[in-house]
Design a protein around this ligand. Structure first.
Ligand code: IMP
Ligand code: MG
Length: 189
């Protein structure tokens, strides 16, 4: 798998050092608050597991699963489909949404809107990565691991056509491995 990377952007120690910092910030900000973490599957799995174990606060954890782009595509279709019919019960809770990467912003904007209808006390967004240049919808990351260039990355939860999620580092996928046609057929965020 590692041989499929053009280069490594963040190795495991680098990711973990950054997680220590973000977790410390979150732990201060949410002290004495009713915190509900909503993790966006599947991309945020590794990030969620490693981040939450660094936050020594009582919290509730729920997951949402969405699909926004499909198959061998490296760009969102713009349409966000929720795989759950019912939004998590976050009434009066302080909600922290966790996702792997903020790209066009369509996914997190749609999730934010859906959760707002459930009347939480507050909503903040925490993402490991952001590609600011690609933003189509305005979504602010309240907590951000790393800002990256407009390149397709995999590893540490992030996939290409469902592969590479279990790679421990984050790296740029070699261009020749990305299907030029970007065919559409069902893949999850
Ligand atoms: P957005 O709706 O365009 O912000 O897309 C967010 C979702 O697209 C993320 O949760 C990822 O699943 C996926 N995504 C965006 N950029 C990348 C990337 O570089 N590598 C892998 N997945 C990505
Ligand atoms: Mg994905």
């Amino acid at each position: 798998m590692r041989g499929d990377l053009e280069r490594v952007l963040f190795d495991e120690p680098t990711i973990f050092r950054r997680l220590d910092e973000i977790a410390a910030e979150i732990s201060v900000d949410y002290r004495n608050r009713e915190l509900t973490v909503i993790a966006v599957l599947n991309g945020s799995l590794m990030f969620m597991a490693d981040l939450l174990r660094r936050i020594p606060l009582p919290l509730k954890l729920d997951c949402l699963s969405v699909a926004s782009y499909h198959g061998k595509a490296t760009q969102t279709s713009g349409e966000v489909i929720f795989n759950q019919v019912v939004a998590p019960d976050v009434k009066d809770r302080h909600v922290l949404i966790l996702d792997d990467i903020l790209d066009s912003g369509h996914t997190l904007a749609a999730i934010r809107e859906k959760l707002e209808t459930a009347q939480p006390r507050s909503i903040r967004v925490c993402v490991l990565l952001s590609k600011r240049k690609r933003r189509a919808r305005e979504v602010n990351a309240d907590y951000l691991g790393f800002e990256i260039e407009d390149e397709f990355v995999v590893g540490y939860g992030l996939d290409y056509d469902e592969r590479y999620r279990n790679l421990p580092c984050i790296g740029v996928l070699r261009k020749e491995l990305i299907n030029a046609n970007e065919v559409n057929h069902g893949l999850r965020g």
